[in-house]
Design a protein around this ligand. Structure first.
Ligand SMILES: N[C@@H](CCC[C@H](N)C(=O)O)C(=O)O
Length: 276
């Protein structure tokens, strides 16, 4: 039996995308690790599995797996690639799609210029919603990381993020602090660690050490979380251009209780099939 898949990316954050609507797919953490290996497999940061929705009135469900094999709740660059995939594969003819994720419904929209805008939902900050061990919700939490104390802002975009402001993304200690923050005991479900350089009130640079994948060239939910954290800290305006190592995203957030909107590209690199 063969399994058809597409290799896609959003700003270099790359995905293996599988149509689980027309194919039957059985996954295991070991298989995902094997396929995700960049030398012995296909190579990707995340695997995306497109399925039929379990809810009436919702177009699809999509599931997200980090390359370490763990299933996670949300993926911003993946959401844009999901939307491009279902259109290009003829699974829908809609431009505005509703899709169920492990943490609620999100709304991708295919734009006329080829970009995809996604309503990523309302960010959450309560420690139990991250999850983060803290006595109460705060804009900034000091976190002991190795020998240092780092000021982080915690944000859930469905998945957990810890964002810190740095002087420069070039010199930011991403490789040193990333794994320590990811696996910090105050984050019982681990966390994605963001390093944000403020360029102006409408522009930032961002690197993210992702939970379960290491540093990626871009992280969509990380960009949403960083902009939300920057707006709440009074550092940014409502619409921000985010420079990642793989390219640019536009993030917009009107403030408390409002959803975050993310706009950026989604690219298919190739389609293939493997013996399953
Ligand atoms: N690359 C993603 C996020 C993927 C999941 C993340 N590593 C997690 O474990 O929460 C994005 O573009 O948002």
């Amino acid at each position: 039996m063969t399994l058809r898949f597409s290799k896609m990316h959003g700003l270099g954050n790359d995905f293996m995308v599988i149509d689980g609507v027309r194919q039957s797919v059985t996954l295991s953490p070991e298989l995902i690790q094997q396929w995700g290996d960049r030398h012995f497999g296909i190579g990707f940061d995340q695997l995306l599995l497109v399925e039929q929705s379990t809810q009436a009135g919702v177009d699809f469900r999509y599931r997200i797996f980090n390359c370490d094999g763990d299933e996670v709740e949300q993926c911003g660059n993946g959401a844009r690639c999901f939307a491009r995939f279902v259109r290009d594969q003829g699974l829908t003819d809609k431009d505005e799609i509703t899709v169920e994720t492990a943490k609620g419904i999100i709304y991708p929209k295919l734009e006329a210029d080829g970009n995809v805008t996604v309503n990523m939902g309302v960010p959450r900050f309560a420690p139990e919603e991250i999850p983060f061990e803290a006595p109460n919700e705060a804009l900034i939490d000091p976190l002991i990381v190795g020998e240092r104390v780092v000021d982080i802002s915690v944000v859930s975009m469905g998945n957990p993020h810890a964002v810190q402001v740095v002087d420069s993304v070039v010199t930011a200690p991403v490789a040193e602090q990333g794994p320590l923050i990811e696996n910090h005991p105050r984050f019982p479900a681990r966390v994605n660690a963001g390093f944000m350089e403020i360029v102006s009130r409408i522009e930032i640079r961002l690197r993210v050490f992702e939970r379960g994948a290491g540093e990626t060239l871009a992280c969509g939910t990380g960009a949403c979380a960083a902009v939300v954290a920057g707006i709440r800290r009074g550092l940014l305006d409502e619409r921000v251009l985010v420079h990642t190592r793989g390219g640019d995203l536009t993030i917009a957030w009107a403030g408390s209780g409002q959803p975050v909107f993310m706009t950026g590209p989604a690219v298919t690199v190739f389609s293939g099939e493997l013996a399953a």
